[in-house]
Ligand binder design. Structure first.
Ligand SMILES: CCCCCCCCCCCC(=O)O
Length: 286
């Protein structure tokens, strides 16, 4: 049964400013990266090479970005290292702005591919934030602007991080424990030491009875009002209302020490490109 917890937001001063080390090693060279986009059943290969997508976009910022393929066509984007695909849109408004891979070292010996992930955001919410606070900033400065990136993770923007399990031997206890480490660390970073109850409210959503075989999905969606909604295989398993928790989870993927640096870069490029396209549209209308 789905559960709902409410945690009022309060950020205290970061007392443990050291984030976990990124374990991602999915650094991909310009020539090596390939992302397949399928449109109407046909596969299109995208890469970080700027030329691939430049034909259908006006912005020079969108090199290597993958999500701005036609969202109305039911297209999907493939994470290149795992071959796992992600829909270009979820629902009416959420668009895929980056895909990546979470790798994790086991007993300090070898890295395993744990899950592929897709990062989605509501474009209208993103445009609203840019319009309200960053309208005067040139797009080239937007994607690297720390205040903007912090705002992206703190504003009331609808976003989903979809995990797709790659490692077939994963059980839900390992998921709980991995979240306890990674999210727990971020909660300390942004909220101080006293957040055990909040962390417990989140990890307890992952109940023993849930099975997560290879290719199953876990969606973590920030809904309006900073409600974190978790769904496993499309079934809602619970929600926690906490701005701190939402911020901490987004930081794992979009923050300064992300699990996959290239995925973050693509995400920020695509966010900037949405904003640029919106500004350009307004200029034309004037
Ligand atoms: C054997 C490795 C087990 C790792 C399980 C990770 C499962 C999901 C955790 C999500 C948060 C994170 O990536 O840290």
């Amino acid at each position: 049964m789905a559960s709902f917890r409410f945690f009022p937001f309060s950020f205290s001063q970061p007392s443990v400013p050291k984030p976990p080390r990124s374990t991602s090693s999915s650094r991909l060279s310009v020539s090596a990266v390939a992302v397949t986009v399928t449109v109407g059943g046909a596969a299109i290969v995208a890469s970080r090479n700027p030329s691939v997508f430049s034909s259908h976009r006006s912005s020079p910022l969108t090199w290597g970005s993958i999500a701005l393929a036609d969202p109305s066509s039911g297209s999907t984007v493939v994470e290149p290292k795992t071959g796992f695909s992600f829909p270009a849109t979820i629902g009416d408004s959420m668009r895929l702005l980056g895909v990546g891979l979470r790798r994790k070292s086991v007993l300090g010996l070898k890295n395993i591919d744990v899950y592929a992930f897709g990062m989605y955001a509501d474009c209208d919410d993103v445009k609203k934030l840019v319009g309200e606070k960053y309208g005067n900033l040139p797009a080239s400065e937007l994607r690297g602007n720390k205040a903007f990136i912090d705002d992206l993770m703190e504003a009331d923007i609808k976003m989903t991080i979809r995990l797709q399990i790659v490692y077939g031997k994963l059980n839900i206890r390992s998921v709980r424990s991995a979240f306890r480490d990674s999210v727990g660390n971020r909660l300390k970073k942004f909220g101080g030491l006293d957040n055990d109850e909040l962390l417990q409210s989140f990890t307890s959503l992952f109940k023993d009875e849930y099975k997560i075989p290879r290719s199953s999905t876990i969606d973590m969606t920030q809904e309006p009002g900073h409600v974190l909604n978790v769904a496993i295989e499309g079934n809602q398993v619970g929600s926690v209302k906490s701005k701190l928790l939402c911020r901490s989870i987004l930081d794992l993927y979009i923050g300064e020490e992300p699990f996959d640096k290239n995925a973050r870069e693509d995400f920020l490029n695509n966010v900037a490109s949405i904003a640029v396209d919106d500004k350009a549209a307004h200029e034309i209308q004037k």
